[in-house]
Write a protein that binds this ligand. Structure first.
Ligand code: PMT
Length: 443
């Protein structure tokens, strides 16, 4: 028995060269014991014959919304009710746009509107179409409604270009769906390295609790370490993996926010719909953050920014001629403090990585950087060093004697969802206070 045994999977196939792989995908789902029915869009039929899917699944392939013969048997509403899960692979840019806009212009989009089943999409398109802001906005809308994304992968594309936009392999999509439909899908996230964990907006529980709470808010997040060059082959950095910041970015997206993620050098893939800017050094990060901060409602500074950099980066590799060596370092700019000092500033949330006296150190940082909130985590403990792990717990502080909340140990995604709920509440409280204060009155 697997999570797909006896499950009714409605496979939507849309127009793209990857449609030929969907025949293998149908087979792989059936191998797991799933019953598969296929809907093909007109675009899909230009690439693959419906007969292929009919022969593989043993079911007639559904092609038209207004098909009297098909409606007399299992109409589109019955099809929508029949499905335990809908999987659209490949999902073209056109289909994503129609789903995001709630269109009911063909059988597939109509069934998606009429179903209560979870919808999963495996996008496939040219890399520039995938990066287009219209596609990003559509993915963001879909993700905020709970649609789960599998991929796309990066690599050589049928159009001759190279980049993100390739559909995942059928086996990867099957594994991702297995993970999502597993009854313990939420707990299996922790430490999981399955394709679903790498590619999907994981978990529905958090998305329900935060859904829409940050709707329309523009959230800027930094994540990961920064890297400060010593010479062409060496650098100073730290152990941040970016997991905490990436989890916040995904959960903020699910909560309806427009998310910009400024990431230091990490090996994580960000969810579709997140606008990501990659940087290396603290200076790069400062420039990228200041370029975005003016249009952000909230800034969450999760990055472990190197506090120092080399006074002078060497042009050539340093030779190991001496037993001792001293490097001369200078302070890096404080990115968070720079944003919090702007006249038109977003709601500023800092992170504090502490090994002792959590509250005292965190509150001191909040005060010296003039923050609206700070989330302190206890780092460096053998049981959970936080850096690089999949779990965390936080003590959250904001100005005022009673400004404190505890977020118990959980996956970084769950912790992120809880922190975003607190931020949404504080933001709301501040906005309603602002409404009541006449201009010029200090809060
Ligand atoms: O990435 P992970 O492996 O998931 O690990 C997560 C984490 C431990 C990195 C994260 O939870 C965390 O604690 N991030 C902040 C780490 C840190 O740099 O703390 P700090 O106490 O040194 O800095 C305080 C705040 O100032 C932070 O918000 C930091 O982003 C910011 N800062 C610090 C220095 C600097 N030059 N510029 C900054 O903006």
């Amino acid at each position: 028995m697997t999570a797909l045994t006896n499950k009714h999977i409605l496979l939507g196939v849309t127009g793209g060269i990857a449609a030929y792989k969907s025949a293998v995908l149908a087979r792989r789902l059936m191998d797991e014991g799933a019953a598969v029915q296929v809907i093909m869009t007109p675009g899909a039929q230009a690439f693959v014959q419906p007969l292929t899917f009919q022969a593989l699944t043993g079911n007639p392939v559904r092609l038209d919304l207004l098909d009297p013969a098909a409606e007399a048997a299992m109409g589109h509403i019955e099809l929508a009710r029949w499905a335990d899960a809908i999987l659209i692979a490949p999902a073209s840019a056109n289909t994503l746009a129609r789903l995001a806009h709630g269109m009911a212009s063909d059988l597939l989009s109509t069934v998606c509107l009429a179903t209560e089943a979870p919808i999963h999409v495996a996008p496939a398109m040219n890399r520039l179409m995938w990066q287009n802001t219209a596609t990003i906005a559509n993915c963001q809308t879909l993700a905020s409604r709970g649609v789960l994304f599998f991929g796309p992968a990066e690599g050589a594309q049928a159009c001759g270009e190279t980049g993100a936009g390739r559909m995942l392999e059928p086996e990867e999509i099957r594994d991702a769906l297995l993970t999502c439909l597993h009854p313990d899908a939420r707990s299996s996230e922790v430490g999981s390295t399955t394709p679903a964990d790498r590619y999907s907006h994981t978990g529905r529980t958090a998305s329900r609790s935060t859904a829409g709470r940050l709707s329309g808010k523009r959230i800027l997040i930094t994540a990961g370490p920064t890297r400060e060059s010593i010479d062409p082959v060496r650098y100073i950095s730290n152990h941040s993996s970016g997991k905490m910041g990436f989890a916040l970015a995904e959960e903020a997206l699910k909560a309806g926010a427009q998310v910009t993620l400024i990431a230091g050098p990490v090996s994580l893939q960000s969810a579709p719909g997140i606008r990501r800017i990659d940087v290396i050094s603290a200076d790069d990060m400062l420039r990228a953050v200041l370029a975005q901060a003016g249009s952000a409602d909230v800034f969450i500074s999760v990055a472990a920014v190197s506090d120092y950099r080399l006074e002078q980066v060497m042009d050539q590799k340093i030779k190991k001629n001496n037993d001792h060596m001293a490097l001369s370092l200078v302070r890096n700019p404080d990115i968070l403090k720079s944003v919090a000092s702007l006249t038109e500033r977003p709601f500023c949330v800092g992170f504090a990585a502490e090994t002792e006296q959590l509250e005292a150190h965190a509150r001191a940082k909040m005060q010296s950087k003039r923050l609206d909130m700070i989330a302190a985590n206890h780092v460096g403990q053998p049981a959970n060093p936080v850096f690089g792990t999949d779990t965390n717990s936080l003590e959250v502080y904001w100005p005022g004697k009673h400004g404190h909340a505890h977020i118990p140990a959980a996956s970084k995604h769950e912790v992120a969802a809880s922190l975003l709920s607190i931020i949404a509440e504080r933001l709301k409280a501040r906005e309603s206070h602002d409404d009541k204060c006449p201009p010029g009155v200090q809060r």
